[in-house]
Design a protein around this ligand. Structure first.
Ligand code: GTP
Ligand code: MN
Ligand code: MN
Ligand code: MN
Ligand code: MN
Ligand code: MN
Length: 214
């Protein structure tokens, strides 16, 4: 699925990112990869089957941000010396969205995938976390008080998880934005892994998005 959507105009091509196995990840340090050549990002979501305006099947909400560089991405960032990818994620989330890791820390079993961009020598780790609607609202409200709000983070947004009658507006139209790194691909992968989308629904959405980008 994710392989077939390399249409970003500003973000990197999905094809430039090679998925890594857990064996590959273990060998990265031997291969000379330094902490700052890793980054971790996370998708927080809640699930709620809902009829929006009594018309559209809405699946819930996922959190993304408008970044300082004008692209959309997930909260997260580059690894510091002495950190694991997971520690990096929890620290970056504190900085960027005011997340309290003592209350809601991501855990290793929420790791979904890691990718290598060979040209940039950058390894991207991706995590997905389900929270309750109430937790989500509390996290979202708190983002305005994060250290990086107004600096690295210019706004927290909810991804529309429904498609309108023309088959494009809603989630497929959201995919036409510019994304950082392979965040579009991560979004697609994360929503299917979270079972917010079936493979079929996602394939349809990607086709609508690609049709629009032609
Ligand atoms: P500084 O603290 O200013 O260094 O930024 P940061 O540590 O928050 O790093 P950032 O979030 O910008 O992530 C580092 C790199 O990862 C970026 O230059 C992008 O190439 C890539 N990136 C940023 N956001 C995302 C994202 O949501 N998904 C993916 N896959 N890559 C991203
Ligand atoms: Mn209105
Ligand atoms: Mn950051
Ligand atoms: Mn960041
Ligand atoms: Mn950082
Ligand atoms: Mn920073």
């Amino acid at each position: 699925l994710a392989e077939s959507e390399g249409y970003g105009r500003l973000g990197d091509k999905t094809d430039d990112y090679k998925p890594l196995t857990s064996d590959d990840i273990e060998k990265l340090a031997e291969a000379g990869f330094k902490p700052h050549q890793h980054a971790s990002h996370g998708m927080i979501f809640f699930r709620k089957q809902n009829k929006l305006w009594d018309i559209y099947e809405q699946k819930g909400f996922a959190m993304m941000q408008m970044r300082f560089d004008g692209t959309l991405g997930f909260p997260g960032g580059l690894m510091d010396e002495g950190e694991t990818p997971l520690q990096c994620l929890n620290r970056e989330l504190r900085e960027e969205i005011g997340f309290d890791p003592t209350k809601h820390a991501f855990s290793d079993n929420e790791h979904i995938a890691s990718y290598l961009h060979e040209g940039k020598n950058l390894v991207l780790h991706f995590y997905v976390k389900e929270v309750s609607a109430e937790e989500y609202f509390a996290l979202e409200t708190n983002t305005l008080h994060a250290h990086e709000y107004g600096i690295e983070t210019l706004g927290i947004i909810r991804v529309p998880l429904f498609t309108m009658g023309d088959g494009l507006r809603g989630f497929p139209a959201f995919l036409t934005n510019n994304f950082a790194g392979n965040a579009r691909s991560q979004l697609i992968t994360g929503l299917v892994a979270a079972k917010l989308f079936t493979q079929e629904d996602m394939t349809k959405a990607i086709e609508a998005y690609k049709g629009f980008m032609k």
